[in-house]
Design a protein around this ligand. Structure first.
Ligand code: DON
Length: 318
């Protein structure tokens, strides 16, 4: 698509992204079908499906926000992007001996492939994969240190040191995360988990319980749109940024990843709290949030909003 010029009218002035964000937020506010809020993690069930936020941060650093863009929400599986980034930084390509790079075509919390695939999860963005990624981080850190490293990382990426972890969400996941306990124990039986299950999961749950707003999340995603660099400082190499984006495109929405690529055409990562981080390489880092989910556990209105955004901007990579 065009870059920064409205493809629907190439002679028009450059895109007014603030107006676009506000228009999308207004449209989403009026939608009746809002999806179903996750309730398997009890505190998430308390969040109103009426919420919607959008934040667009462009490569030149401008922020365009609308709706509930400054309301922190549970980023849940979006944290898998930051955990992957830290783990690749820690062990490099050795990571790929323990986790694959293929879409699973299964639910985010599925266990079925682990049996025939020897405890090696399909990719780092399903729960099993992120649990292994967390175990890798714990190869050289205590849980407390790994949680601190994650918190420092997202605070630094977003330039906002008010970001915090919602302990009540982390605790609720400890109390109710029976599937994750099954996944971790099963992988441990295959020798693909070195740490104690409780320590690995405690760390994983704290990553998922990070609370961030759309604005903070879009700011945190800038390194992925900028070839790994933020404010002249290298977070990851350009090659790593490209590879993380490729994984987000192919695996970022679980068994909905093909549909997301078809409708949006951009790398994206969803979370069961209703957030989506989406990257238009070279152009923008975008975060949307609406807690109602579709059947695959991805934000219903968030996906619709991104579809509208790429339609209006031509930002699809295809
Ligand atoms: O482990 C879990 O089930 C949650 N903490 C994260 C799952 C999630 O966000 C799936 N997303 N769409």
């Amino acid at each position: 698509g065009s870059r920064g010029i409205n493809p629907l009218n190439p002679l028009s002035s450059p895109l007014d992204l603030t107006t676009i964000a506000k228009g999308i937020a207004a449209d989403m506010r009026d939608e009746v079908q809002r999806g179903k809020v996750a309730d398997y993690i009890p505190p998430l069930a308390q969040v109103s499906p009426d919420r919607f936020g959008i934040a667009i941060v462009t490569a030149d650093g401008q922020q365009h926000c609308a709706g509930d863009a400054d309301e922190p929400f549970s980023i849940q599986s979006i944290s898998k992007v930051f955990a992957l980034t830290l783990a690749i930084g820690a062990v490099g390509d050795e990571l790929w001996a323990r986790v694959g790079r293929e879409p699973s075509g299964s639910a985010f919390n599925s266990i079925v492939q682990l049996e025939s695939e020897h405890g090696i999860p399909r990719n780092p963005f399903i729960n099993a994969g992120a649990i292994v990624v967390t175990d890798v981080l714990l190869g050289h850190l205590e849980p407390r240190e790994a949680i601190g490293q994650m918190l420092r990382f997202v605070r630094e990426l977003s330039g906002d040191d008010t970001i915090a972890i919602d302990e009540s969400v982390a605790r609720a996941e400890q109390d109710t995360g029976f599937r994750n306990k099954a996944l971790a124990n099963y992988m441990r039986a295959f020798g693909n988990l070195n740490g104690e299950v409780d320590k690995v999961l405690g760390t994983y749950f704290h990553f998922c319980a990070l609370a961030m707003s759309c604005r903070q999340l879009a700011m945190a995603g800038r390194y992925l749109m900028n070839g790994g660099r933020v404010d002249g400082h290298g977070v990851v190499t350009a090659r790593r940024a490209r590879r993380i984006n490729a994984l987000m495109m192919s695996c970022g929405h679980y068994d909905n990843s093909g549909d997301f690529a078809y409708r949006i055409g951009l790398p994206g990562k969803s979370g069961v709290g209703g957030g989506i981080l989406c990257v238009a390489p070279g152009i923008a880092s975008v975060a949307v949030w609406s807690p109602g989910l579709n059947a695959a556990g991805n934000s219903h209105l968030g996906t619709m909003a991104l579809e509208r955004l790429v339609h209006l901007t031509g930002w699809s990579v295809f």
